[in-house]
Design a protein. Sequence first.
Length: 497
Amino acid sequence: MVLSKKIFPFPRLSLLGMALVAALPLLADKEDFLDPSISERVPLLTEDLQRDPVEVVSYSHVLRNATHAVVSVHTSRVVQVVRGGVDPRQEFMRRFFGLPPMPNPRGGEGPTVEERKLPEGMGSGVIVSSDGYILTNNHVIAGRSDEIADEILVRLNDERELPARVVGRDSRTDVAVLKIDADDLPYLPIADSNNLVVGDIVFAIGNPMGVGMTVTQGIVSATGRGHLNILGDDSYENFIQTDAAINMGNSGGALIDAKGRLVGINTAILSRTGGSIGIGFAIPSAMAHSILINLATTGTIRRGFLGVSIGDITDVMAEAFGLPDTRGVLIQDVEEGLPADESGIRRGDVVLEFNGRAVRNANDFRLQVAQTPPGTAVDITVQREGERMNLEVVLGDLEEAGLTAGEAPFLDGVTVASLTPERRDDYRIPNNVEGVVITNVEPRSPFARTLREGMVLVELNDRPVESVADARRLLRRGANKLYIFDRGRFGYLAVRN
């Protein structure tokens, strides 16, 4: 009998079911909390490990500080509870015979609505600066619904509990950045995970199953793990694989090297049972550091953009293109007028290097481009008709590219586009209806039950929507009022961003 394999992307301890209420976001106004100097206080260390074989009998000196820098993250939601209600049969008879309302034992008439705070989940986090910046997973603070918890508490190693605010989060990498108000905290320095090699010793630190801070040891089993679809189709996966035990509640915890430096954020496991079988995945520290710096300094995630379609190289392709092996990426198509086209990249080119670094495959190339800031001039080495050549490209902005093309992300997992004649025909939208049309709603989107492809967003928060840029500009944090056209009818919807 063949046992099916399951990937558990959310190794967090769930205490209670999800509450059916909208979250009260903890995101503050971005401009009030931008931190331009964060990169000086949280540098990415480039020093490599010394891999000389020596006898080691204990790592206690390495772990002593590291365990103090890993924290527990507790989330809760506010739910509404109806109290003081009456038997529905009595209420029916009262209304039928026109009798006065039943008195409320607590005073007043009818039932009362109270708010309660219910624990939702537990995970881990890593302090990366003495003034309280914390790296964790997005799913630790948002869960499967991807709505931020109403309250986030961080429990330090000294048993203090402090409220945390969300600096920002990125669901496409599953990284979230928190901030607590405290000084002189123990923290982990961040090493460059690009220096890791298979066989390096690593330790996973977290709070599995809520039992308390726990350390497990293993090695780096592999690097650059992608195409696992743990985070979704449009995500950026580049996991470190390790056999160090990662269990429920370890999400957001630290993966450290033998020097006690952070090299990864524990995120997911591959398991048949839900428990560790020695196949765990961590987000590389280089990626997490990049997300941290972007969110702390600008409040947003900006990704580089080329404007090409790419594919992996098979053995047959390598032979046809005269390549010694399958390393590199094949340019399948080049979009006219975008950075790749303007720099001279052509269909059929094979990309071998990106800014001096070898390109292993399509996923690796996509990650390298996305992690490079827009506006950066990069050198791309390609092979064309058997000859190598270097091309300089100034990367565009992935978000702006979507706006230029008339299509862009609107809400998480929801894409909108301008109303062109072709789209009107495709979705059967009358000429007298103006706005932007929803062109995609991902199944994982928290808005999948409310919005659907083909809906037209006519007004947003009582303001007319005339372009994709309008839709994005008028969207606000919290509750939003949408006036939509759908299947021949106009109506209102409300969503919480």
